[in-house]
Design a protein around this ligand. Structure first.
Ligand SMILES: *Cc1c(COP(=O)(O)O)cnc(C)c1O
Length: 350
């Protein structure tokens, strides 16, 4: 059957999500999920009817949360679908290209490859910032430039001045896609305020991380109304199941947002704890992180990752040498992980 698939698809390696990699244990810090399992009421009436393409209550609630107008919001099956819609709507397969800047989130490249759109790779600089001159040299045929901030897996923020320079550089040529999947953990770093000055900006958001709804599959693209209208041309007719819209609206109610802010504050405190405990171990470097995860460099990252895996502590390995990404989970998960790492690397101190 494989031979019947498109050439592009035959050559494809699917995204190895934390879920697909699997593992077994009782500490799951590999997918940047929230440890908080919040309660919702699910109403199972009117499921005989199709859902709204863009449920107004949900759109209005997110617009108000993000400080934009309803015309600037599109909701989709997670931020991942937003990535795909942008590529499908703006890139001609075989002609146009996207730029992405590794080490970064894997789905930009995978979505583009699936659709048959060329990728130009412009790595981040040594301090994980944008290489603007190199991006500029690669702008021919480029329609989309993906920038992730806080960046996954490194955790750092991309300099705002560089983002503005990039928006100026790409004006009338390409769209800058700011992936703000983790921005709720550091809202002051958002670029949403730039939407009013830059029609070539699109911002991706999600309820998967700070709102603790990874299993719901609900994300948003924020952009000027004209860009949103283009995406609405390619989106499926009923992308948001009725229960998803209901639950997402509850999460974005006043009470839902207050609960999320408390949980964000807790996770940020917890991240500081993990950071200070691990930084104190000789030979370990913790990079400052602004999302609900930390990138940590060990003397031997692979063996640490495997030892943790065998002990039922599931972390995420990374393409950066000796670095492991650790999600910030519950108190208990963080303490257990810290204790395990101390016992591995500094047995006398543990
Ligand atoms: C988790 C993640 C996403 C995907 O979010 P979903 O809304 O769950 O699809 C997008 N970008 C980055 C950087 C992420 O880490």
């Amino acid at each position: 059957m494989e031979k019947l698939a498109r050439k592009q698809v035959q050559g494809l390696t699917p995204y190895l999500s934390a879920r697909r990699i699997g593992g077994s244990g009782d500490v799951w810090l590999n997918a940047n999920e929230s440890p908080f399992d919040n309660e919702y009421t699910v109403e199972a009436s009117r499921l005989n009817r199709y859902s709204d393409c863009q449920p107004p209550q949900l759109i209005n609630a997110y617009a108000s949360y993000a400080g934009v107008t309803a015309e600037q919001v599109l909701t989709s099956r997670g931020a991942d679908e937003g990535i795909e819609l942008l590529i499908r709507a703006f890139c001609e397969p075989g002609e146009d290209t996207i730029i992405y800047c590794p080490p970064t989130y894997g789905m930009y490249a995978i979505s583009a490859e699936t659709i048959g759109v060329e990728r130009k790779v412009v790595p981040l600089t040594d301090d994980w910032q944008l290489d603007l001159p190199s991006i500029e040299r690669n702008l021919d045929n480029t329609k989309l430039v993906f920038v992730c901030s806080p960046n996954n897996p490194t955790g750092n923020l991309i300099n705002r001045d560089d983002i503005i320079a990039l928006l100026d550089m790409t004006k009338d040529r390409a769209i800058v896609v700011m992936d703000e999947a983790y921005i709720d953990f550091c809202p002051e770093a958002s670029t949403v305020d730039l939407l009013k000055s830059y029609p070539n900006l699109a911002v991706l958001r999600t309820l998967s991380k700070a709102f603790a709804l990874a299993g719901l599959r609900c994300g948003f693209t924020l952009a000027n109304p004209e860009l949103i209208q283009v995406l609405l041309k390619v989106i499926a007719p009923y992308p948001v199941p009725v229960p998803v819209a209901d639950i997402a609206s509850q999460a974005l109610s006043k009470a839902g947002i207050e609960r999320a802010s408390e949980q964000i504050a807790t996770l940020n405190t917890q991240r500081a704890y993990v950071n200070s405990e691990l930084s104190a171990i000789s030979g370990v470097t913790v990079y400052s992180g602004y999302g609900n995860y930390l990138l940590v460099r060990f003397p031997d990252g692979d063996s640490l990752f495997k030892a943790a895996w065998d002990a039922g502590i599931i972390l995420r390995d990374s393409p950066i040498k000796d670095c492991v990404r650790i999600s910030i989970g519950s108190d208990k998960e963080c303490q257990k992980t810290v204790a395990f790492i101390k016992q591995q690397l500094a047995p006398s101190a543990a």
